[in-house]
Design a protein around this ligand. Structure first.
Ligand code: NAG
Ligand code: NAG
Ligand code: NAG
Ligand code: NAG
Ligand code: NAG
Ligand code: NAG
Length: 417
């Protein structure tokens, strides 16, 4: 057993901070079917979290691991020794990375490619110019490296219920900001009556990128890492960044985190140690009485989740939120047959991640409608979803949001009349 563990840890290798190329890296799906295999995987994540694209969870549930080329031989040995079922999913990670990077100089904003931070911010300003009576650019917070966290406010009526949208808390999940921008664009331009109703009835607070430093780092061709996840504040000479979705001041550092600052699940050295989340939480608090709902967008896995993460106990209005999310995933499925699962985060992720923004919104700021999406896909491209999928992802995700907020409107209307 111990020999196997040591072997496994050795194959995971050391994380180097200047790694840029993922040439020859492979991603495997692994299916632990007995306790021993699962325990081994769990043990490995404690030390080498950043290689795990999908954490081990329960028996027979898919785990995804990226393996560097010089460790492939050992990897094959381990899975054979332990008799673990596995499957090659991505043959060359760099090839998929190249596909997510636009070769053409961008001609203004579009939804055919992923955009750098500056282009997204420019587009927010453009929208504010185009719809001056409706759209206002807001700086909600700031970052360790001195960037702004920008978003827009769409105020339709002073006292309408507000929906807050969080995107891009994890740097590498490019489909999140792209989808949030698609939704924003549709809210302003769609002629579909159901979309228009939701767009105009609610007020909107939309922040596509909660982690601008990390996002910029994933695009940086000389010093960057396309698969970076965390913030960019150093915690030790070799370990940079805290996990921004483990950093919120509710049940902080209680479960589902690692105290190793190199780990991808490092929650920081105190709650709100990260200026990004500290400043954004203050902004959200300042508009809290205008807010009705909070929706966060992550990838990947096709899940529409309900708080809490820190416990698998159900939130007081779980049944209500679950009824609504069932409508959501049903609407989402119509256009492209994209199948989602819905449920409580703590039940879907048995390590009980704590310090989440959605848990904070539900508990500290008392929002009764809170969801977390994990967008496409299930495991084919993972974090490297091709840009051709931005529009379909945007379309189906908007369909689900519209269905849910139409339903919520009708239920509230029925209750009040
Ligand atoms: C990815 O792009 C880089 C730079 O354009 C190129 O050198 C490399 O060969 C590409 N790799 C693959 C696998 O396509
Ligand atoms: C890049 O430009 C070429 C030639 O103009 C065009 O055919 C192609 O569709 C463009 N690709 C993207 C991703 O915009
Ligand atoms: C990439 O990162 C380096 C080091 O932080 C920085 O000097 C450079 O300006 C960045 N490049 C871009 C295009 O942002
Ligand atoms: C986080 O929790 C662990 C386990 O309880 C504890 O050992 C550690 O000191 C805590 N971290 C901080 C920075 O408080
Ligand atoms: C959820 O939906 C079911 C079936 O439509 C209904 O019986 C139940 O009352 C609903 N629960 C809540 C809390 O809305
Ligand atoms: C949330 O609800 C709790 C319990 O009712 C209350 O003590 C707290 O002040 C509320 N917080 C806000 C921001 O309204």
């Amino acid at each position: 057993m111990w020999r196997i563990i040591v072997l496994w840890i050795v194959i995971m290798g050391l994380v180097t901070s200047d790694m840029i190329s993922y040439e020859g890296y492979k991603v495997f799906s692994i299916y632990p079917s007995i306790d021993r295999q699962l325990k081994l995987l769990e043990l490995s994540t404690k030390q080498y979290s950043s290689w795990f694209w999908k954490q081990p969870n329960e028996l027979d549930e898919e785990v995804q691991v990226m393996i560097p080329p010089n460790h492939l031989q050992s990897f094959y040995e381990i899975v054979h020794i332990t008799n673990t079922r596995f499957e090659l999913k991505i043959n060359n990670v760099q090839k998929l990375i190249n596909n997510t990077i636009s070769q053409n100089q961008s001609q203004g904003f579009d939804f055919q490619s992923y955009h750098i931070l500056e282009e997204i911010y420019e587009y927010l300003e453009e929208l504010a110019k185009k719809y001056p009576n409706k759209v206002q650019v807001v700086v909600g917070g700031k970052t360790y490296e001195g960037r702004q966290i920008k978003g827009v406010k769409i105020i339709n009526h002073e006292n309408s219920p507000g929906i807050f949208i969080e995107g891009g808390i994890y740097a590498r999940e490019w489909i999140s900001p792209a989808t949030v921008m698609y939704i924003l664009h549709q809210l302003l331009t769609s002629t579909n009556s159901k979309v228009k109703f939701v767009a105009d009835y609610y007020n909107w607070f939309i922040f596509p990128i909660f982690n601008p430093d990390g996002y910029a780092f994933t695009f940086n061709k000389t010093h960057g890492d396309r698969l970076w996840r965390k913030s960019r504040k150093p915690f030790s000479p070799n370990c940079i960044g805290a996990n921004l979705n483990r950093n919120w001041d509710f049940r902080w550092n209680t479960s589902g985190v690692s105290n190793n600052p190199c780990s991808d699940t490092y929650p920081g050295n105190e709650a709100f140690s990260e200026i990004e989340m500290k400043t954004m939480s203050e902004y959200i608090k300042s508009v809290n009485d205008q807010l009705y709902a909070y929706i966060a967008f992550h990838s990947y896995g096709q899940l529409l989740m309900i708080p809490y993460g820190y416990t698998n106990a159900h939130i007081f209005n779980y049944d209500h939120l679950h009824n609504i999310s069932l409508k959501g995933i049903n609407a989402l499925r119509q256009k492209y047959n994209t199948v989602y699962k819905t449920g409580c985060i703590g039940e879907l992720f048995t390590n009980l991640p704590s310090g989440l923004s959605v848990d904070y919104m539900a508990s500290v700021l008392n929002k009764s409608v809170v969801y977390l999406y994990k967008l496409r896909d299930k495991s084919e491209y993972g974090f490297l979803l091709p840009p051709e999928q931005i529009i379909p992802t945007g379309e189906e995700t908007l369909d689900s949001l519209v269905a849910m907020f139409n339903e919520l409107y009708q239920l509230d209307y029925a209750k009040n009349n």
